[in-house]
Design a protein around this ligand. Sequence first.
Ligand code: ZN
Length: 111
Amino acid sequence: MVFKTKIKCPICEGEAKLSKTSLQMFGGLVTLKDTPIYECRKCNEKFATGKIVDKTLEKTRKEFSFARKIVSTGGSLAITVPPDPAKFYKLKKGENVQLVPAGEHLMKVEV
Ligand SMILES: [Zn+2]
């Protein structure tokens, strides 16, 4: 993905240059390194364009998703959740979550 190296600052109309930053998401659980961001040389405001935000969210989804094997417990099938997302979503043993069909190849877990 290539972004313009310079754009006009939407706040002061000064020159904003493309730079990189580390972005914390999900309350600091995920750190995205080298996220492109524009930094205004005049007012020092930092901002991302819509395109950058889209890309960043896509990257986050990819990095925050994980592959798990389906295991069987008695008559049911189970999917284990790694500790980090379990902690983030405050999942506890014995609590109920809602499995919601969201498409032919997609099922959401509502917490
Ligand atoms: Zn500015």
